[in-house]
Ligand binder design. Structure first.
Ligand SMILES: [Zn+2]
Length: 165
């Protein structure tokens, strides 16, 4: 193993020693599913004061709805007791700070590879995109009847969750 995994294993050993989540059910304890960004400044359970087993979390670049995520959420609404769904992008997200063209040229410069067919889902206007994603999910006819979808933007400088819709 590499020193990289050695360090992670040491940290995990400490976690295992204090592990107390035995028997926690796989369903979402407070019926909540969060879709958010992969940004390292977001620690989802801490933000809402939750514990192991309380919430399902789906993460990607930007905390954006896409067909694959949408299917996961539909699945979660039925099989994992996720009756409340929150889509939560955040302030100062890299996905809203660059255009697709800028990203492609940056990646090409860094790698020397051809990124012409690479299509990252950059965000032009975070609030508008969030409202569109929430509306799209709310309109999904396959989502469990009664499941509520809300949208919020997380402020990485204050920790505040600002509800948008
Ligand atoms: Zn982000």
């Amino acid at each position: 193993m590499s020193s990289f995994t050695d360090e992670l294993s040491d940290s995990n050993d400490a976690y295992v020693k204090s592990f107390d989540a035995h028997g926690v059910p796989g369903r979402a304890g407070i019926h909540l599913l969060l879709l958010t960004c992969m940004d390292s400044r977001i620690v989802p359970h801490d933000i809402f004061g939750l514990k192991v087993g309380d919430m399902k979390v789906i993460r990607n670049a930007g905390g954006q709805l896409n067909p694959e995520v949408e299917q996961d959420i539909v699945l979660g609404s039925y099989l994992l007791d996720c009756d409340n769904i929150v889509i939560m992008p955040h302030t100062r997200c890299a996905m809203s700070s660059l255009s697709v063209l800028d990203v492609k040229s940056t990646l090409e410069e860094l790698s020397g590879l051809d990124f012409s067919a690479f299509e990252p889902r950059m965000i032009e206007n975070a609030e508008e995109k969030l409202k569109r994603d929430v509306a799209k999910l709310q309109a999904n006819p396959l989502l469990k009847n009664g499941a509520e979808v809300r949208g919020a933007i997380y402020d990485v400088d204050t920790g505040k969750v600002n509800w948008v819709c």
